[in-house]
Design a protein around this ligand. Structure first.
Ligand code: GLU
Length: 344
């Protein structure tokens, strides 16, 4: 070999080594975030948005107007159960729609993901969460487990001997995700069930189209109860961390969802978790999430951690403004979007 060739070979080896080193660094940056990093972004997100007053509490469920609007909490829970928190992360509020994917996961556990796709659907509606028009327009009727129609259908699919048994299973499943015994907020249930005319119409229409699998009023009652379960932002973080941890609760170590079903559930959350803002949420954050009109949001960074936040003031679509912005800030800062780092 000539000296020239030897020099060329050494150069090639050097370049390849440098490239693989920088790739390893980039991967490490994406995978491992230090304790200091996680607490810093939580603190920053809180400080950045704590004074934001935009939006208003949901008022179509009368009691939700009485929740103090200034409450605000942000939390990250890692897949091994470490908690990084700031603000009102222990305040109990109603879980509302965030219960929906978790009950869908119970149905997946009992009947497999195919049952969700066939008997409910997994397409976004592009319409508000309580739309009756979607139910008339779209052949799937229930359309997906994140809108009210699909969520009422999911409740009706839980294999149960009685209404009591149905509710027991739904509550136990939510509690297993949270790693503690969650409780019904009776005042929220009374307020919501007493004004549930729209959801009652949805349950009856679904039954009419043979897309409800229990007696309608029973499904409505259990659905309304699941929405009235009290959680804190920290609970939501643990529920999300259970999904980040492939279905095993990091606090209790109990398996709540089979590893192989986690991707389907996260896909449903990604496509439908933000109602008719799911597209823009995905476009900007690149992460599966679920929001609720109680002001909570939980976001999952698969294999790593969950980011959850709570703030009662909502935008027109029913999504908490400060919670959404705080989570978006954190995902951008940490560069954890699933489709690539998505800076703020
Ligand atoms: N319980 C609420 C309803 O049925 C849930 C809506 C939500 O959180 O988006 O309208």
């Amino acid at each position: 070999m000539t000296t020239k060739l030897i020099i060329k070979a050494i150069k090639t080896i050097l370049i390849a080594t440098m490239l693989s080193l920088s790739m390893a660094q980039a991967t490490a940056k994406g995978v491992a975030h230090s304790t200091a990093d996680l607490q810093r972004v939580v603190d920053e997100a809180y400080t950045k948005y704590k004074d934001l007053k935009e939006g208003k509490n949901a008022d179509y469920i009368p009691i939700l107007t009485t929740v103090p609007s200034d409450l605000f909490g942000v939390v990250i829970v890692t897949r091994d159960g470490k908690v990084y928190a700031k603000g009102d992360v222990d305040y109990k509020f109603s879980i509302q729609s965030i219960s929906k994917p978790f009950t869908a996961s119970l149905v997946m556990q009992q009947q497999g993901p195919g049952a969700i796709a066939e008997k409910i659907g997994v397409e976004p509606t592009g319409l508000p969460f309580n739309s009756k028009v979607a139910l008339e327009l779209l052949e799937a009727r229930s359309v997906n487990p994140s809108v009210n129609a699909g969520a009422i259908a999911a409740v009706s699919m839980v294999k149960a001997e009685s209404e009591k048994d149905r509710w027991k299973q739904v509550l136990q499943n939510l509690s297993d995700f949270a790693g503690r015994d969650l409780k019904l907020m009776d005042d929220v249930y009374d307020s919501e069930y007493g004004t549930s005319w729209g959801n009652r119409a949805i349950a009856n229409l679904l039954y009419n189209y043979e897309r409800l699998y229990s007696e309608p009023e029973e499904a409505l009652r259990v659905y309304t109860r699941q929405c009235s379960v009290g959680v804190s932002a920290k609970d939501l973080g643990i529920m999300g961390a259970t999904l980040a941890n492939e279905g095993v609760n990091p606090i209790t170590n109990k398996r709540v969802l089979a590893t192989e079903h986690v991707p389907e559930l996260l896909a449903v959350m990604a496509m439908t978790g933000f109602y008719d803002e799911s597209g823009i949420w995905q476009y900007t954050s690149g992460l599966p999430a679920k929001t609720g009109v109680g002001g909570g949001i939980v976001t999952v960074v698969p294999g790593k951690f969950a980011i959850a936040a709570f703030s009662p003031r909502l935008n027109e679509a029913g999504n908490s403004i400060r919670a959404m912005k705080a989570i978006r800030y954190i995902s951008g800062e940490l560069g954890v979007g699933l489709y690539g780092a998505n800076p703020e």
